[in-house]
Write a protein that binds this ligand. Structure first.
Ligand code: ACO
Length: 325
């Protein structure tokens, strides 16, 4: 059998940083309110020429470099985004072209903030099924372009960016030399009955416009911790492990309070939690690969570590992935 092993990570943030103080003159808010309610201090905002595809391409190239591979080695690209450059073609195919790849296939996955967890799970199945040997899995977003910049309850929460990983199919007996490396479990969930709590109020088949993000923050918050901890407890049971076995918890970075409450409820020690929401805001599908790349590059996540990913977002969609690094 096959295991999907992560060979490299990469990420890109737009050049422009917007601090909480920079909202002065845009909406009625304060650094103190944003920090206290969310833990966010700053986020990056895409400028002219920076798009979901350009950020994704940059993150993909860095992940390939880290893996010691070239675009020619990749046979599938799965890009998670809710803010594609165009309705079609898929941003993944645009990235494929920019990387100069003409073999294999590429497509987008749309699960909003859970997109990276969905994309990684999908890639894992292609690799395990033998349809591909190496996958580029990307989370890339430019949420700044679907925000209502007059709505203080949402515009302060989000940021732009992209992160990527290279996944490689490795025969299980090779992967098992040392720690059993690779993706161990993936659990995905969705429930469309919650769609009114977090959605974009436009689209090609309804308004014919792109639309703006709308969120009932308090309602989302109410469901988040329960959904997150439930799918993680299922993952622990499936893998036959517990919270003490986790070396690094890399959650979707929406809100510091949701992350802290989830870790506390699960019994995961605070020092094992990777936090980037303070500097990135909520970058939707990009948040997990951005956080992963930060923790790999600063030496926290190492070969053999057990890493727990988790996300929850619009749909609602949610899920968790356990990986032996
Ligand atoms: N600055 C100042 N005041 C504000 C701001 C702001 N930016 N935004 C809202 N307020 C006000 C509100 O108007 C309200 O005032 P009122 O009491 O006079 O009506 C007050 O602050 C409290 O508003 P609440 O919405 O109740 O504040 P809450 O403590 O719930 O925090 C927040 C809001 C941060 C949005 C929180 O509910 C949250 O994080 N929810 C989860 C959202 C989330 O995680 N979404 C992402 C998951 S899915 C995804 O990632 C796409």
């Amino acid at each position: 059998s096959i295991r999907s092993v992560i060979r490299g990570t990469g990420s890109v943030l737009p050049a422009r940083t917007m601090r909480n103080q920079d909202f002065a003159g845009i909406v009625e808010t304060s650094d103190e309110w944003i920090r206290q309610r969310t833990g966010i201090e700053a986020r990056h905002i895409a400028g002219e020429g920076e798009t979901t595809v350009s950020l994704a391409e940059g993150a993909a190239r860095k992940a390939l470099d880290a893996a010691g591979l070239t675009p020619a080695d990749i046979d599938v690209i799965i890009l998670a985004t809710a803010t594609p450059n165009n309705t079609f073609p898929a941003s993944a195919v645009q990235v494929q072209h920019k990387l100069g790849i003409t073999h294999g296939f590429a497509f987008d996955v749309h699960a909003v903030c859970s997109g990276f967890v969905y994309a990684l799970t999908t890639a894992d199945l292609y690799l395990k099924g033998g349809a591909a040997k190496r996958a580029l899995v990307i989370g890339a977003e430019t949420f700044s372009r679907i925000l209502d910049w007059e709505d203080r309850s949402t515009c302060v929460l989000f940021g732009d960016g992209a992160g990527a990983v290279v996944l490689e199919a490795v025969p299980a007996d090779e992967a098992d030399a040392g720690a059993a490396q690779g993706i161990i479990t993936s659990k995905l969930r969705s429930d469309g009955s919650h769609q009114g709590k977090l959605y974009v109020d436009g689209g090609p088949s309804t308004t014919g416009t792109v639309g703006k993000l709308r969120m009932e923050g308090r309602e989302v918050f109410k469901h988040a911790v329960g959904m997150i901890t439930d799918v993680i407890e299922d993952s622990f049971a499936a893998a036959g492990i517990g919270p003490d076995d986790v070396d690094w918890f890399v959650p979707h970075q929406a809100n510091r309070r949701i992350i802290d409450a989830s870790a506390r409820k699960l019994g995961i020690a605070p020092e094992k939690v990777v936090i980037t929401v303070n500097q990135h805001g909520n970058t939707s599908a990009a948040s997990i690969p951005l956080a992963l790349d930060a923790a790999v590059r600063d030496g926290r996540i190492k070969r053999g570590d057990l890493v727990l990913l988790e996300a929850m977002g619009g749909g609602f969609t949610w899920g968790a992935v356990l990986i032996r690094w």
